[in-house]
Design a protein around this ligand. Structure first.
Ligand code: PLP
Length: 398
């Protein structure tokens, strides 16, 4: 309690005041300062995809810390080169640029679209089409690409020349293209927006639209990436290959690292001095990402996310049948799932937490469920039991 009080007097209030203090994690569990145990179905919002303190991750990060933590991008960092090779191996022939967060990765994509616009498309006013209800980060560029007033309000003027169209409205995207359009940026599943999936037809349609009009197709895989949805990157389900991709969150398994992958053809738009970051792709951050990729391979986490996701979703669909007044829709795939509710989920999230299950909200009265990809059947069952009793209580009290 003491620290929670201090929290508010010492930390800037950009987050809602927290009600518990988390001090330890292991696997899919977290413990608070009073020793209370929670099932963590937030994974730090799609970050700790291996679960907390995975032994291999801890070992590889600790070993790297004894060898070299940081060194400037003035020098070649072998862990970075090897990571670029591994990521390209999973995406396609191209090059990587490392940074520290999702917003930063999207900033790099937007800067790439500017370079492309000026150098290749010869436009003075490069325009980008973005999906309504998307979320791309809090920096001013990424915020300009984010439509919701909830995030934008108070920070205007933002960057001009972003056009917003509804996700899956291919005709709307087509109609928005003009001679200055240089890029289209979308998420394969909108996370903050309420777990809305881009359809395969939509993503394939965008790929064709971009190819026909010399427009860059940019995928924000910050939340959907790194095996979360049952593919290494969410768009891979649709069989498309974008021109560039943003990644972060799950990439470091809890250690901050972001990256963009750009295809061979467009990777040379960035030349020495055009972009940079002090911390991006440090040896320690790359070691964390290597550990994540190793565990994904060793424990077959892509297949696992698919399999456990099916199990969990089946349980959620059953719940939806039991609580038709409360649950309007079950959304998402892999272990990025959401329940569209008929009420604001805040009280339910509190009740779930008090009952030992951590979950997170999303736009449109959505409850988001993001367990670690290492989750076991018995923990999914426990979560479903807690969800059922909290929904019952909610219905009884309204
Ligand atoms: N893009 C997407 C799709 C996200 O979900 C987020 C964060 O939730 C971001 C970008 C921003 O990432 P970060 O918070 O690491 O800046």
């Amino acid at each position: 309690m003491m620290n929670l009080r201090k929290h508010q007097s010492l930390l800037i209030g950009n987050y809602a005041p927290p009600s518990i203090e988390i001090v330890r994690g292991e696997g899919c569990k977290l413990w608070d300062a009073n020793g209370r145990e929670y099932l963590d179905f937030t994974s730090g919002i799609a970050v700790t995809n291996l679960g907390h303190s995975h032994p291999l991750w801890v070992k590889q990060v600790s070993d790297q810390a004894t060898k070299l933590v940081h060194c400037s991008n003035l020098f070649s960092i072998p862990e970075q080169v090897r990571l670029a090779e591994r990521l390209s191996g999973r995406i396609g022939s191209g090059k990587l640029l490392f940074c520290n967060s999702g917003a930063e990765a999207n900033e790099a994509l937007l800067k790439l679209s500017r370079l492309f616009g000026h150098q290749i498309r010869k436009t003075a006013r490069p325009k980008v089409i973005v999906a309504k209800n998307g979320f791309h980060g809090r920096t001013l560029g990424a915020l300009s690409a984010t439509e919701s007033m909830k995030y934008r309000q108070g920070f205007e003027p933002l960057l001009p020349d972003f056009t917003f169209r509804c996700l899956n409205d291919l005709t709307g995207f087509k109609e928005a293209v003009d001679e200055d359009t240089v890029a289209i940026l979308v998420e394969s599943i909108q996370g903050e927006g309420g777990v809305h999936s881009a359809s395969d037809e939509f993503l394939c349609g965008l790929e064709e639209l971009c190819a026909n009009n010399n427009i860059l197709l940019l995928l924000d895989e910050v939340q959907t990436g790194i095996a979360r949805t049952g593919e290494f990157l969410g768009f891979q389900k649709s069989g498309i290959l974008p021109h560039a991709v943003a990644m972060a969150k799950g990439l470091g398994g809890g250690f901050p690292i972001g990256a963009i992958w750009v295809n061979e053809k467009h990777s040379s738009l960035f030349t020495p001095g055009t972009h940079g970051t002090t911390f991006g792709g440090s040896p320690l951050a790359c070691a964390a990402a290597h550990a994540v990729l190793d565990v994904i391979e060793n424990e077959k986490l892509i297949e696992r996310a698919k399999k456990m996701g099916k199990q969990f979703k089946a349980g959620l669909v059953e719940l939806a049948e039991k609580f038709p007044e409360s649950i309007l829709e079950t959304r998402g795939r892999g272990l990025m799932l959401g329940l569209a509710l008929s009420f604001d989920p805040s009280d339910l999230i509190t009740d779930l937490r008090e009952s030992g299950l951590l979950a997170v909200g999303a736009a449109g009265q959505t409850l988001r469920l993001l367990p670690p990809l290492t989750i076991k059947t018995e923990d999914i069952k426990k979560a479903l039991v807690i969800l059922q009793s909290c929904l019952k209580r909610k219905e009884r009290n309204t």
